[in-house]
Design a protein around this ligand. Sequence first.
Ligand code: SAH
Ligand code: SF4
Length: 377
Amino acid sequence: MAMNLLDYDAERLGQLMVQLGEKPFRAKQLMKWIHQRGVADFDAMSDIAKSFRQKLAADAKIAPPEMMAEQLAKDGTRKWLLDVGTGNGVEAVFIPEDDRGTLCISSQVGCALDCSFCSTGRQGFNRNLSTAEIIGQLWWANKRLSFDAARIGEAKNEDTRIVSNVVMMGMGEPLANYDNVVAAMRLMLDDNAYGLSRRRVTLSTSGLVPQLDRLREDCPVALAVSLHAPNDAIRDDIVPINQKYPLKELLDACNRYLEKAPRDFITYEYVMLDGVNDLPEHARQVAAMLRSTSAKINLIPFNPFPNSSFKRSSRDAIVRFRDILQQAGYIVTVRKTRGDDIDAACGQLAGQVQDKTRRLERMAETRPILFKNGGSA
Ligand code: SAH
Ligand code: SF4
């Protein structure tokens, strides 16, 4: 099978050049064609010798995932559904803002970690995405956005029209697909590819402690941690990975990460679930818990999806929660819902997952649906 050059970061591409009897600097040339200019056809690479182009065309390909659908929301948010084979699809979302354009990227088809408020988790796990499928989301986004910018005559480099930031916050747990995610992030950071600074690439994790320690050494990008609960009892319930890596261990790992992180804080994400984790006493517990670290807090109003047993916290509860944390000295933001009309918000990226774990069927057989909020669904 022809190798897919989108799977190769700079180091591996350099090694490949040597194996093919070429000078290592060819890797830089190739990367610029592939990632900066979005070219998938070796014939178009005019500064590469024809004989080498022919050799590449025989042995290699540049194959991003197929684009299945594109949706544009009223507020400019765009969502792409990418075909990752055998009936599976994953989603990437582009969110334009005044001073930046953020692409939200998926790392797995489904997710095995089973957080109870997450639609991706509820669908079960199918497989890891390859490096090509992960970086392919950025490759496509750049291509589509620059195509549209050219068509409507806007300057291509206007920050809000291009991808200036990437967040690994789409479908899947990025640290559970460590090698492929790190290779893709190295391409995001590489000056011959996408040239994003470490501060503009954010990885969000539910808290896989050993992989967090590895990331600190291998590729320390900006970090967001899915906290979601004020104590172990609640977190054990809604973020089950907490049973393996409880809060104390997670926060210790976060403090170690800060030694190498490109920003001097970590963002803690906190989904606001009515009656579950949104009480004033919970806010006070969060304030006390994060005292020993350097934190910003991002409150995410729960995005409902079919058959979820949770409700979004009321506006009042969110404001009250935010105020307690702010009074305790934290910087707190409340995430705005974007792309509502195309279901492009956090936790709504459903894609199409053929669940290899058959989670829903097993769940129906083995455990009752959890009812929060005093019992009624
Ligand atoms: N697996 C990673 C990244 C993907 S999810 C993680 O868990 O951090 C990105 C963020 O959206 C996480 O903070 C996740 O907990 C949150 N999220 C998931 N489902 C949600 C929902 N229904 N409403 C609001 N936020 C949700
Ligand atoms: Fe997986 Fe993140 Fe969803 Fe949890 S919140 S199930 S870790 S994608």
